[in-house]
Design a protein around this ligand. Structure first.
Ligand SMILES: Cc1cc2nc3c(=O)[nH]c(=O)nc-3n(C[C@H](O)[C@H](O)[C@H](O)COP(=O)(O)OP(=O)(O)OC[C@H]3O[C@@H](n4cnc5c(N)ncnc54)[C@H](O)[C@@H]3O)c2cc1C
Length: 378
């Protein structure tokens, strides 16, 4: 057998898993169709928010807290910035389900969260213009992950622990046997005892190779940078944020290293055809329109729109992740469907994936909400 574990997709989740496995002395091969970090998956655009009081549901909080510990550990080994403790403010109407989850998560897990009225938010951060009737939950200990630095550091560390990386090598065939797997690229064939499949937006195309069909949808989402007055929006004074309006949800980042404020719309992306290259930013009317109209109404002190980029979400029907073993093959694990909110967890998901293939073969954290079988139950 060439390796103990082959990881298909060395992006956010796969690269982290490769690191945690290699660190335990496992013989690991990571295969990626690109050269991670790169701008053709779901992790580019410099930054990702990490929130702990979790609007998408309390079941994520323990994972978020463990993820933060692992990011802090990674920072110790990194040559570049991994985490910036900007704080994160969640802004929404008090009766929004997202806000209620944030408040309950903070209470039940004793998280360091301040509740603010719209007026208090606008006074504290004059870069916002939050309408009356909204509230904010400011998470003091959350912040911003430098996503490409995170993947680069996991990569360097994984390779330092002996992991082998094949880049620019799309996987074209997978065969699963009783106690082994065989994975092919155009040029080579590899065998291993187990397999982790984490190809992000490429998952749906690879699923038939392992006899699975999962309800995944790829969606094109964009984000933009705005010219910024540093004295108001610099990352040492302005927080990252999520901002839920009645029919739209936005998120954003302070200006980091003078790049300007970055804003994206979380909902409202458009379906993406994975057989074609992604339509570049600016080819759809709403690309600039959405974020600019949000900026005009809720952050009117921002300057001009500078530039934007397009990226891909891989959505599940309930927006919860899929992290599970293959229903017929215990030595094959699948991690996909991160629905536009997975990056913050990639450290802990890497750890979980490594646990599923080593030791007692269970994760210490509850991953039952992410099962494959939930799609066949109703
Ligand atoms: C615009 C945008 C904003 C976001 N904001 C946030 C945020 O603020 N906070 C947050 O937590 N999350 C956020 N997310 C979500 C997060 O970035 C994703 O959930 C996460 O990056 C998904 O990780 P992944 O490993 O599944 O995919 P990726 O990181 O894309 O990795 C998948 C890898 O598989 C490779 N691959 C694909 N097909 C093949 C193949 N056939 N053979 C070999 N390799 C293959 C790809 O090249 C890629 O490197 C955002 C996402 C986007 C797009």
């Amino acid at each position: 057998m060439d390796y103990e574990v082959i990881i298909v997709g060395a992006g956010s989740m796969g690269m982290a898993a490769g690191y945690y496995l290699a660190k335990q002395g496992k013989r690991v091969l990571l295969i990626d169709s690109h050269n991670p970090p790169h701008a053709d998956g779901s992790h580019h655009g410099d930054t990702r928010i990490i929130r702990h009081a979790y609007g998408e549901g309390e079941s994520y909080v323990e994972m978020a807290l463990r993820a933060q510990e692992l990011w802090n550990d990674l920072q110790e080994q990194a040559d570049e910035q991994i985490f910036i403790p900007t704080g994160v403010i969640n802004i929404a109407k008090p009766d929004s389900p997202f806000m209620k989850n944030v408040i309950n998560s903070a209470e039940n897990y004793s998280l360091n969260v301040e509740h603010l009225t719209a007026e208090e938010i606008n006074q504290r951060w004059p870069g916002f213009d939050v309408p009356e009737g909204y509230m904010g939950c400011y998470e003091v200990d959350s912040g911003v992950l430098m996503s490409e630095n995170c993947i680069r550091t996991f990569r360097n560390q994984a390779e330092a622990h002996g992991a082998v990386l094949k880049v620019n090598a799309p996987v074209t065939a997978i065969s699963i046997f009783g106690n082994s797997v065989e994975v092919k690229t155009a040029e080579e064939t590899f065998t291993a005892e187990s397999l982790i499949l984490a190809p992000g937006a490429g998952t749906r195309k690879l699923l038939p190779l392992i006899g699975l069909d999962l309800p995944l949808e790829e969606q094109r989402n964009t984000f933009s940078w705005f010219q910024t007055e540093e004295s108001m929006y610099h990352s040492n004074m302005f927080p990252a944020f999520s901002f839920e309006l009645p029919n739209e949800t936005y998120y954003g980042f302070p200006s980091i290293a003078q790049t300007g404020v970055k804003i994206g719309r979380h909902d409202g992306g458009i379906p993406r055809d994975m057989d074609k290259a992604i339509d570049p930013f600016g080819t759809q009317e709403q690309d600039e329109q959405d974020v600019s109209s949000f900026a005009k109404s809720c952050m009117p002190k921002l300057g001009q729109h500078k530039m934007g980029k397009a990226c891909t979400y891989t959505n599940t029907p309930d927006s919860d992740f899929i992290i599970d073993r293959h229903p017929n093959h215990d030595h094959v694990v699948i991690a996909c469907g991160f629905s536009g909110h997975g990056f913050k967890f990639s450290s802990v998901i890497g750890e979980i994936l490594s646990q599923l293939l080593t030791g007692n073969k269970e994760s210490a954290l509850d991953i039952s909400p992410f099962s494959i079988k939930r799609f066949s139950e109703s």
